[in-house]
Design a protein around this ligand. Structure first.
Ligand SMILES: Cc1ncc(COP(=O)(O)O)c(C=O)c1O
Length: 404
């Protein structure tokens, strides 16, 4: 076991045969059922014991009917946001939704008129694009800038796009580049958004996965920051925040997330759109797991982040020593590593082929996150370190074979 923790993140647990998308979907995704899967964003760690116990306890009752959301569930969400993110919210602000992507599509439909602009910042989690295009809204791209291995928001270009836009979708922290946005950056965003009266959809699904040395600032939590007094009213009227225990506690298959919407008018519109489709959020297991995780999961999460930080360091050292052609964009949050493979001089098809066929690995091709991801690959490090280091050995061996 790595480090002094009562949770064993080194345990290798086979997920094969559990219908896991990441493991059992390999043939379909990569045309090869034997590759080591480092793609879809869930982790190969057991969920926290408090979650497993809550699910087992609920399973013991043999009737699994439509389930209400108890006030203890809302208290757990409120308590978590206050404890971990210093954000005070009230129960009536919370809309339970099955997933953040569902919520994003609902927000586009409910809050943005057809053909009106929505700004997204590639390279970015790809459903951000489809939430705009599939709902017949106008996709406005504000690509991040990469300088000396560090990504930032292009505020000058954002200012130019803003007059055409109705909403901006912020990925905070950012998947796939791993940035944890700082207060000064959020303030700049707020200034532009307020000037143009933009709605902001802040997807904070990775907010709990912050690597040591970094601090996540929820945009909406700036409402009580004395430096942000000029934005307080705007935040409460225009910002919607999506949070979830799914990535944090490795329970994305359970499907329960929260949209925090202080503005009652926006909330009503969202409720109408979600209600129109009668989207189910009555699952007794997701409710039990979410409440347990947010109530008792702190220690597990703290231990997880130490483990992931150690993994990150091991990967970074390995790349410098053995694979200098591949550069790690230093992650500040998430368990997703953004690898700059441009020095391999392969086009995107060749790069994918190299990882799948020569290395036997299933990573996410950077190009699926937009053109700005060309030449990059995303590696999911949410797995025991033995598996990650073995994967790197495979890349080194394959490159050696190529004479690289
Ligand atoms: C930024 C971001 N938002 C949303 C999701 C998925 O959310 P959900 O499964 O709740 O729809 C992911 C999953 O990787 C993500 O990275």
């Amino acid at each position: 076991m790595t480090g002094t923790t009562r949770f064993n993140f080194d345990a290798v647990i086979s997920r094969q045969g559990t219908h896991s998308e990441k493991w059992d979907g390999r043939q379909q995704q990569f045309g090869n059922a034997n590759i080591c899967p480092l793609w879809v964003a869930d982790m190969d760690f057991a969920s926290p014991p408090c979650v497993v116990e809550a699910l087992q306890a609920r399973a013991l009752h043999p009737i699994y009917g439509y389930t209400q959301h108890p006030s203890s569930l809302f208290s757990a969400v409120i308590g978590w946001l206050e404890r971990r993110h210093h954000w005070q919210i009230t129960q009536d602000w919370i809309l339970m939704v099955p997933g953040v992507v569902t919520a994003l599509h609902a927000a586009a439909l409910a809050l943005v008129p057809e053909n009106a602009g929505i700004i997204v910042q590639p390279p970015v989690y790809f459903p951000f694009f489809s939430s705009v295009t599939k709902t017949q809204r106008k996709l406005l791209l504000n690509p991040l800038q990469l300088q000396n291995g560090h990504y930032t928001i292009d505020f000058a270009q954002l200012k130019q796009l803003a007059p055409e836009a109705h909403m901006i979708v912020l990925c905070s922290p950012h998947n796939p580049v791993g940035r944890v946005w700082q207060k000064f950056e959020l303030l700049q965003l707020l200034r532009i958004a307020k000037h143009h009266n933009l709605l902001i959809f802040s997807d904070d699904i990775h907010a709990d996965l912050i690597l040591p040395g970094h601090q996540h600032q929820m945009l909406a939590a700036l409402v009580t920051d004395p430096d942000c007094a000029e934005f307080a009213e705007f935040i409460n009227t225009n910002v919607i925040t999506a949070v979830a225990p799914s990535k944090t506690f490795n329970i994305p298959g359970l499907s329960l997330s929260s949209l925090i919407v202080p503005n009652p008018e926006l909330r009503k519109k969202l409720q109408n759109t979600l209600g129109l489709l009668h989207i189910g959020i009555f699952n007794p297991f997701s409710i039990a797991a979410c409440e347990a995780a947010y109530t008792h999961g702190d220690d597990w999460l703290d231990a997880l982040m130490l483990y992931l930080n150690n993994t990150k360091h091991r990967v970074a050292d390995y790349l410098i020593k053995n694979l200098p052609q591949i550069k790690l964009i230093e992650p500040q949050g998430t368990y997703l590593l953004w690898l700059d493979c441009r020095a391999l001089n392969l086009d995107d098809k060749q790069l994918q082929r190299f990882f799948i066929e020569d290395c036997g690995l299933g990573l996410s091709p950077g190009v699926i996150f937009g053109e700005a991801g060309q030449g990059f690959m995303r590696l999911n490090m949410g797995a025991p370190q033995s598996l990650i280091m073995e994967a790197l050995d495979k890349v080194a061996a394959a490159l050696q074979k190529l004479g690289g």
